[in-house]
Structures are given as structure tokens and as C-alpha cells.
Design a protein around this ligand. Sequence first.
Ligand SMILES: Cc1cc2nc3c(=O)[nH]c(=O)nc-3n(C[C@H](O)[C@H](O)[C@H](O)COP(=O)(O)OP(=O)(O)OC[C@H]3O[C@@H](n4cnc5c(N)ncnc54)[C@H](O)[C@@H]3O)c2cc1C
Length: 418
Amino acid sequence: MANFQLHRPEAIVIGAGIVGLCTAYFLVEAGMPVTIIDPSEPGAECSSGNAGSLASGAVAPLAMPGVLKQAPSMLLDPTGPLYVPTGYLLQVAPWMARFVAASRQTRVAEIAQALHALIGNAVADHKNMASRTGCRDLISDTGQLHLYPDQRSLEKDNAAWALKRQYGLIAEHIGGAEIRSLEPAVSSDYQAGYHLPDQPWVKEPKLYASRIADHLKSRGVRFIRDHVQSLSRDVTGWSIRGRAADYFATQVVLAAGAWSAQLLRPLGIKVPLESQRGYHLRFAGGGVDLRRIVVLADRKVFITPMQNGLRVAGTVEFGGLKRPPSTVRAGLLAGHAKAGLPDLNISSPAEWMGHRPCLPDSLPVIGEVPHQKNLWCAFGHGHLGLTGSAGTGRLLAQAMSGVASAQRTLSPFSISRF
Ligand SMILES: Cc1cc2nc3c(=O)[nH]c(=O)nc-3n(C[C@H](O)[C@H](O)[C@H](O)COP(=O)(O)OP(=O)(O)OC[C@H]3O[C@@H](n4cnc5c(N)ncnc54)[C@H](O)[C@@H]3O)c2cc1C
């Protein structure tokens, strides 16, 4: 194995997903030389296939009070939005127990406050970064619709909407006529919902990541295609063993998404990171036009008019990082899409599956690892990684530069909470 020393970069970021890219962007802005290591091209994994929502108001965690009552029926319904294969139930049980524990009212209030500090400025953060990196044209300001069949089903989510509004989300209540005047293609089975005029979306997340990467290259960031196998600390900094070579850096940022826990385990650090496998179907010639993101909130499905076709994204499937994608789970999305958009031609969609990196309390892990000086985490953004990537990068770069206020803001995200 070649053992060479690079130009001894100040920081190496492991992972070129949207979180690693945004972190690199803000580190470069702070004047730090950066190298990014990833075996794949920028944004190739989870960051390519998401629904594109920049949901700066989504401060309600996934585990809200009452989740214990809803979860068993959801888990037992193979066509529902949440699925655990029986062979994986035992493995995921400790994670589920923590998930339920995080649904206590007081903990939910703490989580919402922390999330607001991370994502509350996401729209401005992304727009500023996008303007500087040549991808402002990829952010659409047409807003989002979150829809329910009727007022009764909307009211089941009252607690989450109240929390979001408490933190300033503009959510305009709308009925059937307004829904169809905004989006004529939506089925008349949807009669209630919220219009979120201030929540933008990204028109093509993979392209967004690529353009940020191109900008970083133009500013001297070095991209290395390698798979990191282990990390170790020596007197001068961190050694990173890759499949192809060894690398050295003063500071390391671990932004390897759902794969991050694997690299911490040999250092004796355990973190309850699970992949919530999500799917999308892309309908290139679906024959239906939307102007904005339409969320079928009762089905937990996002429909986004991406540049290359309608993307129907959703479902949560546990099962780890190695099992092959389930064509059954992916196929369910076609039925959901048809229920929301009856005129959609659902033949021959392109299928995609990606690993959402999820911690049980819906908060990512961001910040320095205790007793591992200069090893920084930026992973576990779950359902909000696109949204939270810019705030993560901004706050982490500040914290790494010694800004005390950023270190304080990041304290609820510390890995030491587990
Ligand atoms: C169906 C679906 C819809 C979603 N919709 C939204 C949405 O609308 N809005 C939103 O905000 N979020 C959404 N998300 C979540 C969001 O996509 C993720 O949270 C986000 O992409 C995670 O980014 P990441 O950079 O942490 O991980 P990734 O994009 O997975 O990147 C991790 C990178 O690390 C690399 N890596 C892994 N192991 C190693 C190693 N050993 N060495 C080097 N590199 C390594 C991988 O190759 C990869 O490139 C959605 C997710 C899914 C699945």
C-alpha cells in the first residue's frame, strides 16, 4: 500500500454527500485547506434521490407523543409507510426503544428547539450558498402543499403542525377548491391541507451536489476517490487508512452518512445510527405537471416536479445497509402517486433506494468527539439532511474555528448524548 503524505491538509472530510460538501464549503469560506475522500462521485448516495424539500420549518421530530400507540399498527401493515422485515426486528429493537423514549413531551420540546437552531435559517443558508456556488437556479420558490383527505385526518397531525407554527412556519390552511386552484392535477380525494409558501425545494438534488463540488474544486478543494477503512490518532493529528492509500490531516470531519458509525466503532465509540431505507420512483413521461412539491401527508409521500420527471419519494424501511432494495416497497409508491394524481401514467418508472442516516431522537450528531481531539462528526440527518446540510456546515466550520457560540448551539447534537 502506498503510504504518502498529502500537502498535510488542515481538514479531511470523509464523505461527499450533501453534508460533507456543505461542510467543506464553509470550511473553505473560513480559510481552511480541505480534502474530501469518497469512493463515489459527489452526492451519489442518499443525497441524490431525496425529495428536494428545503423544510426549514420541519422542527417536529418523527417520534411525537403518542407514537407508541400508532407504531405497532404501522409496523404490522406491509403496505404502510413504515416497515421492518421480521428478520431485522430484534436488531432494531434497541433503536426503537430509544425512539419511543424520545417521544416524551419534554424531550420533544428540546428536540424542536435544537432543530430550529440548526435548520431555522436553512432557506437563507442554502440560497446564499447556492448563489456563491452557481446553483441558485436549482432552488424553486413555488412553495409546497401538504395534503390530507379531510379535516379529520389533518387533525391527527395537529401537534406537529402546532409545533412547527410555534417556531414561525407559515402554514396556510386550505380546502379542496384552493388545493385544485393551486394544483389542478391533485385528486378530489384530497380536501384539506396546508400551503407552505415559504418552503422552497431543490429541482435536482444530485445536480445541486455536483455544482457545489465543482465550485469547491475551483477553490482548491481536492477530491480523492477512496474508501476510508479506519481512523487513528497520532501526536500530530489523524491518520486515515484508505483502500488505496493512507492520508494525514490535522482535523477530520466524519460525514459518511449512514456508514459513519462503522468508522467510529473501532475507536470504541458506539452510536445508534440506523438506515431508514427510503425509495423513490421517477416518472419521466407521467403526463402530469405540478408547479410545486405536493405531499400526500396521510401516505407520507412527497411528489416533486424534478427537472427530469416527477419524483415520488417516501417510505421508511429498516433492514440495514446490506440488503438489496425491495421492489415491493418501491412499487407501493406508484399506487400512492396514482391516489394523489389520478391522471399520472405510472408505467415504467425508474426506481431508486437510498439510506437515510437516522438517530432515534431525530437529531443528527454534529461536533467534536469527546476525548478524540479534532475528530468532528456531521452525520445522522435522517429525513432532513438536504435541509440541514448548510446549517451543519456553517455551524461546524465556526465550531472548528473556535467560535464559542457555535459550539454552544451544537451542544444538543453531541455524540455524548448516547
Ligand atoms: C426518499 C428520501 C427522501 C428524502 N427527502 C428529503 C427532503 O425532501 N429534504 C431533506 O432535507 N432531506 C431529505 N431526505 C434525507 C436526505 O437525503 C439525507 O438526510 C441526506 O442526503 C444525507 O446526506 P449525507 O451527506 O449525510 O449522506 P449521503 O448522501 O449518503 O453521503 C454519504 C457519503 O459518504 C460516503 N461514504 C460512506 N462510507 C465511506 C467511507 N468509508 N469512506 C469514504 N466515504 C464514505 C458515501 O459514498 C456517500 O457519498 C430524503 C431521504 C430519502 C431516502
